[in-house]
Design a protein around this ligand. Sequence first.
Ligand code: 5GP
Ligand code: ZN
Length: 112
Amino acid sequence: MEDCIFCKIVSGAIPADIVYRDDEHTAFRDIHPAAPIHALLVPNKHWPTLYDVPDAETHGKILQAACAAAAAMGLDKGGFRLVANFGPDGGQEVMHVHYHILGGRIMGWPPG
Ligand code: 5GP
Ligand code: ZN
C-alpha cells in the first residue's frame, strides 16, 4: 500500500524505532507515546482492520508476536496493556492492523 504510513515503516521507507521483528511482524515505538513504553505491533502485510485478517491462525500469530514484542521491551514481568482500536468509535486512525503495547506505568480502567 503506497500511502500507508505503517507499510512505509515496515519497508524502511520512513524511519522508526524498531523494537521487535520477525518474518511476518514488526513492532516500533509510537511517535506520540501514551505511556513510558508504547509500541505498535503490526503484521508486515497490509490489512486495514482486524476484520480483514484472513484467518484465526493469522490472528493468533499477530497476538503471539505482540507478546514477544512486549517481552523484548521487558514488559513480560510487570505487565502491559494490549489495545486494538477499531473504527471511528474505537479511535482507529491508521488503517493498517496494529496492536498498541503500553507499559511502564500502572494503567487506569476504564480507558478513555
Ligand atoms: P490508532 O489511533 O490508529 O489506533 O493508532 C495509531 C498510532 O500510530 C497513534 O498512536 C500514533 O501516534 C501512531 N503513529 C502515527 N503516525 C506515526 C508515525 O509516522 N510513526 C510512528 N512511530 N507512529 C505513528
Ligand atoms: Zn499498510
